[in-house]
Design a protein around this ligand. Structure first.
Ligand SMILES: [Fe+2]
Ligand SMILES: [Fe+2]
Length: 242
């Protein structure tokens, strides 16, 4: 599991991914950590299969007792099927996850971790002085789905939006948007069910000041490539299973 610092200010954003040890038939996923002085949030901490690699990787940055918060953008196994293992590992943690998925996500195991349901209109996660915004992204692709915006770092963690199917050796950042398009097209057309939901999200997200758009699979968009992605996604017709 590789780790890459993608933002360094008064707090940090760290990406964990490109896991060479994972079985080849699992989709590669990006896990993120927001690290403040006293607390640590893991975003979409991943599936059961990569739990051991994740624990090993995060311990380079924070001791276990500093991990106080988990976030799950939606209910998928690659997002949060590791919950039962975190539940046995963390002593004092909360899981922020969509309210409508609570009864489902709890099937992964959630006894000691406190489930904090996110209402449909969103909310915040407070890590000391840092306040992160939970941006509704319903039907992109899950019916109850949120992204995390950090106004200080100007990072939007965008879950499956912006995802690309890539080789394990792929670079961390998009370096050629035009060639990147073909790695994203099928994923968005096939998994995103609603043009209307997509356009609502585009309108909401265009109001945010975003320097880094960080999806849960594939490369990260930076600077002008964020706008290029929004323009491309807006024009794309989604929701056709052909
Ligand atoms: Fe998903
Ligand atoms: Fe995913």
């Amino acid at each position: 599991m590789k780790s890459t610092k993608i933002y360094q200010g008064s707090h940090q954003w760290i990406l964990f991914g490109r896991d060479e040890k994972k079985p080849g038939n699992l989709i590669d996923s990006n896990q993120y950590m927001v690290l403040t002085a006293n607390r640590c949030l893991l975003l979409d901490p991943g599936g059961t299969e990569i739990f051991a690699s994740m624990i090993a990787a995060i311990l380079h940055f924070a001791p276990i007792e500093k991990i106080t918060d988990l976030f799950a953008s939606h209910q998928d196994p690659d997002i949060i099927s590791s919950l039962g293992l975190w539940d046995q590992t963390l002593t004092n943690a909360k899981l922020h996850a969509p309210a409508i998925w609570e009864g489902f996500i709890r099937h992964f195991g959630c006894e000691s971790i406190e489930y904090v349901p996110i209402p449909d209109n969103g909310g915040t996660i407070k890590l000391g002085a840092l306040e992160l915004q939970l941006i509704p992204a319903h039907y992109l692709h899950s019916s109850g789905n949120f992204h995390v915006y950090d106004p200080q770092a100007k990072v939007l963690m965008s879950g499956d939006v912006g995802a690309a199917l890539e080789a394990i050796t792929a670079h961390i950042f998009v370096d050629n948007f035009d060639t990147h398009i073909e790695k994203m097209r099928y994923f968005h057309q096939r998994w995103m069910p609603s043009n209307r939901a997509k356009n609502d999200w585009i309108e909401r997200v265009r109001k945010l000041d975003i320097e880094i758009l960080a999806p849960q699979h594939g490369r990260i968009f930076k600077g002008d490539d964020v706008k290029r992605f929004l323009d491309w996604f807006e024009a794309l017709q989604v929701g056709a299973a052909v």
